[in-house]
Structure formats: structure tokens, C-alpha cells
Design a protein around this ligand. Structure first.
Ligand SMILES: Nc1ncnc2c1ncn2[C@@H]1O[C@H](COP(=O)(O)OP(=O)(O)OP(=O)(O)O)[C@@H](O)[C@H]1O
Ligand SMILES: Nc1ncnc2c1ncn2[C@@H]1O[C@H](COP(=O)(O)OP(=O)(O)OP(=O)(O)O)[C@@H](O)[C@H]1O
Ligand SMILES: [Mg+2]
Ligand SMILES: [Mg+2]
Lengths: 223, 223
């Protein structure tokens, strides 16, 4: 499981001190499906980056099973992320010089029991775009490539920052069923930041943030 | 008004021919509030880029009042856009080396009767972030800076590609009321691409796209 203890992140810029995370405490069980909701600027992306080792806390402890993430150096964090974690970023982060299939391939190389590339591209509806480059894709198509790349290695934990923000309702449903399947069939721990409350209804628990703090943790009884 | 006549955009990549826009015909009156809906990849961003002169059609004619956009060269298009049009892009496009206030300033310089910078920052809820740089902002905060930058010059026509995609419901409402005010008080023609059907309900007309074509144009009778 994942454990956060008194996690705080402060950004200082001259006189100004911004709290992005403030004394966050949280435990997430293996295989859980968590949704994180909260207003713009409330600390969701920062919390996700800290849990996953993409960013370091100002103070506090983060552990994933036996590994203490907050004690690792850059090299250890890179190795840990590559072997265990999948990411869908808020800004897609595709490699511009690689085409769709190659971008997904990059994610696949490090998996122990990865999916086939064509299989995941089929699941996100992009099989016939596999030879295109990111600049040749619509906003939603780029977002779906980034989803395919994260899913293909069958990671232990999937971190998704607004995975359906640029997608219409239909496409969003398809993508969410891919993520749900990962969670239900492969027991991937799934953490999704979203502004879409209907995604909240699919989760085991809903974590609400406001002004850098966890203000509510709600169990979804109807699951 | 804006007029599209038989506008077509084809992308060719070796053997593959992709229609992004196919024989589009459309007229938009001055001061109209138009919403463009459609699945991911249906041609919305491409259509917007062609209407606004950011991209050129493969064939067809685009005119804005007396100006024939499709006949202009790069220099004329740049001048026309700068003097008349405001843009909110799907990917924000902020200048990374300028802070929030400076990014909005860039938009203001070219206006004939622009708003005050602090006034628009207040309207999008970012007044106390005015000295931050884009990398120091959340996804939704960056989107709101790009909104402030587009609004501040009080353009004749506003093109908005998913202006609220990264925003929570509350913040999205605030931003939409800023855009509506532009349309109602200053008679700015407002064209919004969105996946949010509730924005569709605020518009004068809804244009639906599918597979590169305009498939439906619906009047909103309750306006
Ligand atoms: N430079 C290009 N080369 C080839 N195909 C392209 C290029 N640019 C866009 N396309 C294709 O044109 C189609 C329309 O793209 P567009 O960005 O207009 O879609 P959209 O409706 O804005 O989608 P979204 O809602 O996902 O942003 C897509 O199938 C896209 O892959
Ligand atoms: N490098 C930085 N320097 C200063 N402040 C920062 C920095 N990075 C983030 N912040 C601030 O930390 C706060 C939380 O940011 P974060 O990106 O986690 O928000 P978020 O909940 O993901 O918002 P959104 O829904 O808009 O994406 C924001 O107020 C942001 O301005
Ligand atoms: Mg964020
Ligand atoms: Mg688009």
C-alpha cells in the first residue's frame, strides 16, 4: 500500500510562501481505485507528484510497501518509477520525434508482462493513427496516446492527472473502461485526479482537497 | 460576420489522406455566441484555426466582414489577428519567461480600448498570483492566465478551444461569466469549442461536428 505521513510541500519565492500540500496524511491499499477531487490550485497535481516520487516533499514521509520514497535519491526514484509506476500527465508529455506506436513502445519496454502495442491502441481507439506524430494529432488523440503509453506496461500503481479532460463523453467512457479493467483484472492501484464527478462514482474512495489540505475522505458504499 | 464557403482541409502523409475539414459551409453573425461540439478528432480545432487564419484551408473561402482571410499572406494574417482576434488555445501557449501579469500585458498592448490588467486578473481569480511564472502555476491556473490574456484586449471575435477543460465546476462558471460578459456587454463574437454540454445551453447556436463535417446546426430558442 501507499502511505503519506505529515506530507508538506512549500514553495518559496522571495517573500512569498505558497503551501501546495499541508500536513497530508493518507493510506491507500493495494488495488484500490481512488479519485482525487478539488478546486483548481488546491494541490492535487503536487500531491500526486510527491506520492509518485516525481517531486520531493518539504517535510513528511512517503512509503510504497517497503520502499521509503522520501528517502530515495534521484537515481533510485527513476528506477523505482520505471519499474512500478504508470503516469498520465495533465499535459500529455509525448515525445515529439516519435510516432504514436513508438511513444507507446517507450512505455512498454520496461514492463514485466506488458500488453501488446496494437492491443492498447485498439482499446483507446487509435490503431489507425499509429504512424502519426504528436503534432498531427488532435488534443484528445494526444491524451489517448499518453493513456496507452501508461497502461501498456501493466504498472503496479497508475497515477492519472485529468486523463479525460480533453475528451468527449463517448471517448472518456472508453478510456475509463480501459483504466477500470486494469484495476479490476490486473489489480493495479488506480489514482485519478479529475474534475468529472461521475468518475468519482466509479471509485472505491473519493479524496477531496482544498487549499493544500485533505478535507474529506469518502467511501463509495455502492461499489 | 464570418463566412465559410466549401472549406476543406486535407492532410497528406505519404499514402495516407486525412480529412480534417470537409466542405464546411457556415455563417456567423456579429455578436453571436456559438458553441462547437463534436467527438475527439472530428475537426473542431482545425476549423477554428482556419476561420481565424492560424491555418490555411486546402480549398474554400473564409471571409470576416470585408476581409477575405483565405487570400491573405502570412504578414497580413498576423496583423489581422493581432488587431481583431482573441485566442484561448487548447494547450494554453503561455510565454514561459514572462510572469502572469506580463503574459496578460502581451495581450493588452494591441487593444484599442483594453481592460486593465488587474481587472481581468481579478475576474479569473488570479490577482494574487500576478508575479508567478507559468511553471509555478497549476494546470487550471495556467488556463486562466491564457483566458485573461485573450480577454484583456476586448477583441472583435474570441476563439476559445476548450477554455474550461482543466477547471473545476466553480472556476469554470467564473470564467464563462467573464466570456459571456464580453459577448453581452461588448458585443464580442464568441466561438467556444467544448465537451461541456452545459456551455452549449448558454449559446445562441450549437454547431455539431463529426468526421470533419458540420452535421448539425441548432438554434437555442430559450436565449
Ligand atoms: N498535421 C496533421 N497531419 C495529419 N493529420 C492531422 C494533422 N493535424 C490534425 N490532424 C487530424 O485531423 C483530425 C482533426 O483534428 P482536430 O485537432 O481538428 O480535432 P478536434 O475535433 O479538435 O479533436 P479534440 O477534441 O481531440 O481536440 C484528427 O483526426 C487529427 O488526427
Ligand atoms: N514551482 C512552484 N512555485 C510556486 N507555487 C507553485 C509551484 N508549483 C505549484 N505551485 C502552486 O501550488 C498550488 C497547487 O498547485 P497544483 O498544481 O498541485 O494544483 P491542482 O490542484 O493540480 O490544480 P489544477 O486543478 O488547476 O490543475 C497552486 O496554487 C500553484 O500555484
Ligand atoms: Mg493539476
Ligand atoms: Mg481540439
Amino acid at each position: 500500500g501507499i502511505k503519506l505521513e505529515e506530507v508538506t510541500k512549500i514553495y518559496e519565492s522571495g517573500e512569498i510562501k505558497t503551501y501546495a500540500c499541508k500536513n497530508m496524511n493518507l493510506e491507500i491499499k493495494d488495488g484500490e481505485f481512488i479519485v482525487v477531487l478539488g478546486p483548481s490550485g488546491s494541490g492535487k497535481s503536487t500531491m500526486l507528484n510527491i506520492i509518485s516520487g516525481l517531486d520531493t516533499p518539504t517535510s513528511g514521509k512517503i512509503s510504497i510497501d517497503k520502499d521509503i520514497i522520501s528517502d530515495m535519491n534521484t537515481k533510485e526514484l527513476t528506477k523505482f518509477r520505471r519499474n512500478n509506476l504508470g503516469f498520465i500527465f495533465q499535459q500529455y508529455n509525448l515525445l515529439q520525434t516519435l510516432n504514436v506506436a513508438e511513444n507507446v513502445e517507450v512505455g512498454r519496454e520496461v514492463g514485466i508482462d506488458p500488453f501488446e502495442i496494437d492491443e492498447v491502441l485498439e482499446q483507446v481507439g487509435l490503431l489507425d493513427q499509429k504512424h502519426k506524430y504528436p503534432y498531427q494529432l488532435s488534443g484528445g488523440e494526444q491524451q489517448r496516446v499518453s493513456i496507452a503509453r501508461a497502461v501498456v506496461k501493466k504498472p503496479k500503481i497508475m497515477f492519472c492527472d485529468e486523463p479525460t479532460g480533453a475528451l468527449d463523453e463517448e471517448t472518456a467512457k472508453e478510456v475509463l473502461s480501459v483504466l477500470k479493467k486494469l484495476n479490476e483484472v490486473y489489480k493495479t492501484t488506480l489514482i485519478i485526479i479529475t474534475h468529472n464527478p461521475s468518475i468519482g462514482m466509479m471509485a472505491d474512495r473519493i479524496i477531496k482537497l482544498n487549499s493544500a489540505e485533505i478535507v474529506e475522505v469518502k467511501e463509495n458504499k455502492n461499489r
